[in-house]
Design a protein around this ligand. Structure first.
Ligand SMILES: NC(=O)c1ccc[n+]([C@@H]2O[C@H](COP(=O)([O-])OP(=O)(O)OC[C@H]3O[C@@H](n4cnc5c(N)ncnc54)[C@H](O)[C@@H]3O)[C@@H](O)[C@H]2O)c1
Ligand SMILES: CC(C)[C@H](C(=O)O)[C@@H](O)C(=O)O
Length: 541
């Protein structure tokens, strides 16, 4: 049965007609049942269906009746209210005592004490109550939130969805996430990915605090630099960083230090995330979206391990000058040290070992000294991984082989610039650059997670962007950044289920599929996150 995702329309309509004070759910109220009955007149007339999960906390005799399809008397509003309160109170206080053993007077005294603990305590409690509502699949969740706008605890946007999954208990794990929406389609995809992360995590008992900071063009416009010190500092102190994309026509002519791209490079260097994992998996659902022949694209599943904080992007000397003929010149330096190559090689071998045990090192050792060193060091590190089969390939050949026979690749390790280019190329095997996530990791500190695509100024603000690369980046954040494998899997399964249902953004659309925009695609993924249906094909990265 489809989950009832949106607020019930008739409920929303009634809510508009009723003063919000009346809509609050008087969970810890000191009113007697009789008083409550008098006061709740307008909202009490809302004949909400009893949620299924609610029956699970009813006394066993009624539960049996429900389970075996025997008709049970529909509880009155009063009865239901009282049962809800007892259940929530029990969960909040983790009390093993049966709520029915408490007299109404004792409960009243308890509530009296609760009230005196002040507003902050109350807000906190209400936040927990909201989680319980969530757990119990109770309809009034929205009204409970609604009447406490001043709650200092951030309410995830997705709280408006009613979930049928009843897995949450009080949040057990809590993480700080820095959100860097950036430019162009960045804010569009980040807003969706944040909702997906919040919902999936809340269903697994995880809590997130988000801090949104400016980066790229947005930071240039607001603060004057592409990577404000505050942004880097907040990012460093968080548990993981989620970035949308940076860049755009507006800043293309800026001086180098005032380009959005400079902000991104400074961020990567500042976080010391030298290992960039870019998985390219051709999903069976998207085989028709690939521009390659079906038999070429089918079954492709590769991982590009890109060195991210070295090479020509950062090598010195670099700059502009004049040559002996008096002409202007621009120059950069491709430079790698043994330490830099060794550490990325080890990450790549470890990655290959967990995959199909094949590693292809891509370089330009027939021409470049930096590549000669690269090949020498990768070959040396290979002796630590006898179980991994190592091959070497020149980058020009690799670019060609990726199109000719991509299935020959398992794990590819390469330098910063080759990795940039080859991963964009690999994305088209999967159907679109809008499908490729990435994880950038260092030896310590938070990881940086971002789709591999850019700010796509050509489609920005038009609700056309594919949010799946960013949603899958969130899955990588959970897996690689926080070790929350189960939640990562839930998100990946939801993406697959959404594709199974036939929803497609324009970049991956094919005949017979449902064309949706960025937001609608996000909503479909949220629906699937909630539904928990196991996916037919599992996504690996
Ligand atoms: N990590 C990053 O933030 C990053 C990466 C690449 C490029 N950029 C920057 O982005 C700007 C634009 O660069 P570009 O045009 O070369 O590359 P791009 O990745 O932004 O766009 C290339 C093409 O792919 C499409 N595309 C990209 N992402 C998509 C998505 N999610 N859904 C549907 N279509 C999508 C775009 O519409 C465009 O036609 C530049 O300023 C560039 O420097 C940033
Ligand atoms: C925007 C740019 C600096 C960046 C890079 O070259 O690394 C981008 O192409 C990417 O792949 O993330």
């Amino acid at each position: 049965m489809e989950c009832l995702f949106k607020e019930l329309p008739q409920f929303a309509e009634r809510k508009r007609q009723i003063p919000s004070s009346r809509l609050s759910v008087s969970l810890s109220s000191s009113q007697s049942p009789a008083q409550r009955s008098r006061r709740r007149s307008p909202s009490a007339t809302l004949q909400l269906p009893v949620p299924r999960s609610f029956t699970a906390v009813q006394p066993s005799s009624r539960r049996c009746q429900t389970l075996y399809g025997l008709s049970s008397p529909t509880p009155t509003v009063e009865e239901r209210d009282s049962q809800q309160q007892q259940t929530i109170l029990r969960i909040l206080t983790s009390s093993s005592a049966a709520p029915s053993s408490c007299s109404e007077r004792e409960r009243e005294r308890e509530r009296e004490r609760e009230r005196e603990k002040g507003k902050k305590r109350k807000s906190k409690l209400l936040h927990q109550m909201a989680a319980c509502f969530h757990q119990l699949n109770l309809t009034p969740i929205r009204s409970a939130f609604h009447s406490f706008q001043s709650n200092p605890y951030p309410i995830p946007k997705c709280a408006k969805f009613r979930c049928r999954s009843a897995t949450i208990s009080n949040p057990k794990r809590s993480y700080n996430i820095t959100l860097l929406p950036g430019d162009g389609i960045g804010p569009e995809v980040i807003s969706i990915a944040k909702d997906v992360l919040s919902l999936a995590a809340s269903l697994e008992g995880i809590e997130f605090q988000f801090q949104e900071m400016p980066v790229g063009g947005a930071a240039i416009d607001s603060v004057g630099v592409p990577l404000p010190d505050e942004t880097l500092s907040v990012a460093k102190q968080s548990d993981a960083v989620l970035l949308g994309a940076i860049g755009g026509y507006k800043w293309d002519k800026n001086e180098k230090h005032l380009k959005p791209e400079t902000g991104l490079l400074l961020l990567r260097a500042g976080l010391e995330v030298f290992a960039n994992l870019r998985p390219a998996t051709v999903l069976p659902q998207l085989i028709d979206a690939s521009t390659l022949k079906k038999e070429v694209a089918e079954g492709v599943d590769l991982m590009v391990v890109r060195e991210l904080t070295g090479g020509i992007y950062f090598g010195k000397p670099r700059g502009f000058g004049t040559n002996e003929k008096g002409e202007d010149i621009g120059f950069n330096t491709e430079l790698y040290s043994t330490t830099e190559v060794d550490r990325i090689a080890r990450i790549a071998f470890e990655t290959a070992r967990k995959r199909r045990g094949k590693l292809c090192s891509v370089d330009k050792a027939n021409v470049l000294e930096a590549s000669i060193l690269w090949r020498k060091r990768v070959t040396k590190i290979a002796s630590e991984y006898p179980d991994v089969e190592l091959s070497h390939m020149y980058v020009d050949n690799a670019a060609m082989q990726l199109i000719r026979n991509p299935k020959q690749f398992d794990t590819i390790v390469t330098n910063n610039i080759f990795g940039d280019i080859l991963s964009d190329e690999a994305s088209m095997l999967t159907g679109s650059i809008g499908m490729l996530p990435s994880a950038s990791l260092g030896e310590s500190g938070p990881g940086l997670f971002e789709p591999i695509h850019g700010s796509a100024p050509d489609i920005a603000g038009q609700d056309k962007a594919n949010p799946l690369a960013t949603i899958l980046s969130v899955a990588m954040l959970l897996r690689y950044g926080l070790g929350e494998e189960h939640t990562a899997k839930r998100i990946e399964d939801a993406v697959l289920e959404t594709l199974n249902k036939g929803f497609r953004t324009g970049d991956i659309h094919s005949t017979g599929k449902m064309l949706v925009g960025c937001k609608a695609m996000g909503e479909e993924v949220l629906r699937s996150v909630d539904s928990q249906r196991p996916a037919a094909v599992s996504y690996q990265n």
